[in-house]
Ligand binder design. Structure first.
Ligand SMILES: NC(=O)C1=CN([C@@H]2O[C@H](COP(=O)(O)OP(=O)(O)OC[C@H]3O[C@@H](n4cnc5c(N)ncnc54)[C@H](OP(=O)(O)O)[C@@H]3O)[C@@H](O)[C@H]2O)C=CC1
Ligand SMILES: CC(=O)N[C@@H](CCC(=O)OP(=O)(O)O)C(=O)O
Length: 336
């Protein structure tokens, strides 16, 4: 039999990764892939890199009441209505890859994103960073943003232990262009991005409140300065985080905190060696490292993820696995 799973927004970058991962998942018995733009077309024709024999359908063609699990990979602001309709139809678990259910309060969402289409459901969502917040219970998983994934995994063990002593946190983040999605734009097309690099969205990128909110769930944390940059690679993200602390711990101590907190989790690993994007690209890993600048009295943290896997679709499948009581790496073993 197996699980009946639906993907909504299968035509985007995150959707394509979901098709690939769920198409090979041992517990998935039936997979329906909806795309508003590609309905009627063969999946293997739109995404020749994926060996799928199926075709995209229109979202209305999926019998939602027959689904056990649904993944929604629409943009923020677009997702919530579909999530609400799926729950109404009786789907037991909905994993939303957008930002629509990540912030816990409607006021905060509206300050950063605009009007929320289903504010009554916000309180039900579980923020899906299991290595920090555990397996999801309930019907809605808010899959984290790619930058917050890397930032919170690096910072949570520090905030938990010495949060009160943190004077400032500055996150310099580099992202590949797939982070901006498949819709082409003047800022992301080849000629704009190739052989260049630029900061964008600072100082008030919409991931700032997501990072601050999640860090404040584990300890005392100041406002965060978050500066993302677009760099000319297809996928992957690297964050260099500068933490100004009253008492700077040794780098070895921080690596020990990471080892303790992430022991038993398959996809998060700290090493002395600083992570490269190439160490995590095409995997579901987050690689962490730490160093200390004694002269300036600062702790430096390094965190790398693949934005489309640990930063989106890999994490979404990991979240489904945990919510349903399966091993977290089921169907993801090849991405460790
Ligand atoms: N890209 C990333 O690294 C990450 C993305 N996310 C989030 O996941 C969600 C999906 O992101 P992502 O897949 O990158 O976004 P895309 O822009 O690639 O896709 C979003 C939706 O737009 C439609 N679409 C796809 N291609 C085009 C096109 N060329 N022109 C117009 N519409 C198109 C698709 O819907 P349909 O198939 O119905 O036509 C798709 O589901 C978003 O909420 C995003 O914020 C989260 C973490 C990381
Ligand atoms: C390079 C680039 O543009 N990146 C995206 C982040 C993508 C992501 O993971 O964020 P959401 O899931 O919240 O959309 C951005 O800065 O908006």
């Amino acid at each position: 039999m197996g699980l009946k799973v639906g993907i909504y927004g299968g035509g985007g970058y995150a959707g394509a990764e979901l098709v690939r991962l769920l198409g090979g998942h041992p517990k998935v018995g039936g997979l329906e892939v909806a795309s508003r733009g590609y309905a009627g077309r063969a999946i293997g024709e739109v995404f020749p890199q994926i060996s799928s024999k199926g075709s995209f359908v229109g979202p209305e063609e999926i019998e939602a009441s027959g689904l056990d699990v649904a993944f929604v990979a629409y943009g923020h602001g677009e997702s919530a209505e579909t999530v609400a309709a799926l729950l109404e139809a009786g789907v037991g678990l909905v994993v939303d890859l957008s930002a629509d259910f990540r912030l816990p309060e409607v006021g905060m969402y509206e300050e950063w994103y605009g009007v929320h289409p289903a504010p009554g459901l916000l309180g039900e969502a579980h923020y899906g960073l299991p290595e920090v917040f555990g397996a999801a219970e309930g019907r809605i998983i808010a899959n984290p943003g790619c930058y917050p994934t890397a930032a919170v995994l690096a910072l949570a063990p520090v905030v938990k232990r010495v949060g009160g002593g943190i004077k400032s946190v500055t996150i310099n983040a580099l992202s590949g262009v797939s982070g901006a999605g498949a819709r082409p734009s003047v800022k992301t097309h080849f000629v704009s991005a190739n052989e260049s690099a630029n900061a964008y969205g600072a100082p008030l990128h919409r991931h700032t409140p997501e990072i601050e909110t999640m860090l404040r769930r584990v300890g005392e944390s100041p406002a965060v300065t978050f500066v993302p940059h677009l760099i000319p690679i297809s996928r992957g993200e690297l964050e260099t985080i500068v933490v100004d602390l009253d008492d700077v711990p040794d780098a070895g101590e921080v690596l020990g905190w990471y080892a303790d907190d992430y022991e038993g989790w398959s996809f998060v690993e700290a090493r002395e060696e600083y992570p490269h994007v190439s160490h995590v690209a095409n995997t579901n890993r987050c690689r962490l490292s730490a160093a200390v600048d004694r002269r300036a009295g600062k702790l430096l943290l390094f965190s790398a993820v693949d934005n489309l896997l640990k930063g989106a679709s890999g994490a979404a499948v990991q979240n489904m696995n945990l919510a349903l009581g399966y091993p977290e790496d089921l169907g993801l073993e090849h991405l460790k």
